[in-house]
Unconditional design. Structure first.
Length: 110
């Protein structure tokens, strides 16, 4: 059905046998067809690259989230260790004060 329409609108030697030279309409149709093919290929290529980039970004974001969770656990553990060490240090200072006080008592009795 489209073949007779193209032949009516202009002489396209590729479609009609009686044409000698391509007309402006024929070159327009051919340009549109070639442009559509090239546009389709470029659009597919862009879509394919964007899909690949999107998959890589998703993988990287998942990896970053995993690392962030690990870092949060490590920071929580470090905070607990810091509190524990601070308690031990305070106990050592308190014990040192008691030892010094005991030493003073012993020294004063001698």
């Amino acid at each position: 059905m489209s073949l007779p329409l193209l032949v009516i609108w202009g002489c396209i030697p590729e479609l009609a046998k009686n044409c000698i030279d391509m007309t402006n309409a024929g070159s327009t149709y051919l340009g549109i067809a070639v442009g559509a093919v090239i546009g389709g290929i470029v659009s597919w290529w862009i879509y394919n690259r964007q899909a690949k980039t999107s998959r890589q970004q998703d993988f990287i974001l998942r990896h970053i989230n995993h690392l962030e969770e690990k870092n949060t656990k490590i920071l929580t553990n470090l905070e607990g260790f810091a509190k524990h060490h601070e308690q031990i240090l305070n106990n050592i200072f308190f014990l040192n004060e008691k030892i010094l006080a005991l030493d003073k008592k012993i020294q004063s009795k001698l």
